[in-house]
Design a protein around this ligand. Sequence first.
Ligand code: ARG
Length: 460
Amino acid sequence: MAKMWAGRFAKELDKTADDFNSSIHFDCKMFRQDIRGSMAHAAMLGAQKIIPPEDADTIIEALGSILEDLESGKLTFDYDCEDIHMFIEQVLTERIGDVGKKLHTARSRNDQVALDIRMYLRDETSDIIEALKNLIAAILDQAKTYKATIMPGYTHLQRAQPITFGHHLMAYAYMLRRDIARIEDARARMNISPIGSCALAGTTYPTDRRMEAAKLDFDGICLNSLDGVSDRDFCVELMSAFSILMMHLSRFSEEIILWASWEFKFIELDDSYTTGSSIMPQKKNPDMAELVRGKTGRVYGDLMALLTTLKGLPLAYNKDMQEDKEAIFDSIETVKMCLGVFTPMIATMKAIPENMYRAAQGGFINATDLADYLTKKGMPFRAAYKIVGQIVALCIEKRTVLDALPLDEYRAYSELFEEDLYNEISLETCVAKRISEGGTSVESVETQIADMTAYLKGNI
Ligand code: ARG
């Protein structure tokens, strides 16, 4: 096909080079944004009398019909075109002739593509934020169900102190809330219009960039045209936010995988979100969680790929920047797919409280509370800590637990020990007494649940 720029060239572009150069097979995703952007551009050109207003109307109407035909499938992409921008312009010109050729006045594909990606990401991030809120809601429901369910809390993957399952789950709700804030923050910075930067230097036409930006719901315009066409910070920022989000989902996945194992058996995943083995009839595998953990690497890779692409680029536009789209599209698709399975997997997961409780009974996870018991009776914490360490060693030797060691054995270490110690170190007391803000007591978890509910309702 003859190129739009053919005038300058004596020979046609080599076929392999043409395919290599082309981006329509992936940037076709942005057809809606490209058309909407072009409609606003035509309107601005008409309003500023840069082209006759009737021509602007003709262009806008034809763009509307192109959009309709693409949506309905009546019109399909021509993969011989270099990119989505060329394709739309070509169809426009086929449909309305020379008037269509006026659309690209006071604009370049460099600012056009920068505009399209920003608009595309703006739309996609709204969907992702919605999906994240749904995940938080699913976690919140589970946290309400299990707000008093005792389990061991871990550090170093060693049993540390008793907590509730609700408390543990709420930790993820807070991570995801920060993820939303990061995406919203990146989106606010992204919502600035580059259109009108043109190729790199601005234009000689009397454009109204602010009018065009307002028509497209941008909050403002980029004030440096070189920056306008070469900035891809917003892609990098979003991919950073997605990477952190995936890191959170991956940590959660890792815990789900551990909890679903026979070694823990703290949870049972729903059959609809697990798979069997082709050879081992007994298997029920947490594939969804494993894949989410696995796909995290892919999203990190997308971020690294774009950072590396951008790092040596001189101003302004360089074709290398076409590589931004596959990376960011892949991140978005991956995040959406992961959330699509992760949320129902969490919503349908069931805890097995008796196994959690049994695990909490081992591992001396009430040892801190025993030391606190002595401290509250006047012993300095370090001295109490030492005595309890010795008592734990004794229990290990005697193959018993703190709750079962007779009082006279305790009193051999300190006269401060009395009968009430057993109540003080029961798992229920250990949890109930952790009333500090953010702690694991049921009231504290209820406060966290109320805070998160208010957040989801948009009240904070
Ligand atoms: N397909 C190109 C991209 O994605 C559009 C911009 C092309 N501009 C140019 N001067 N070749 O970056």
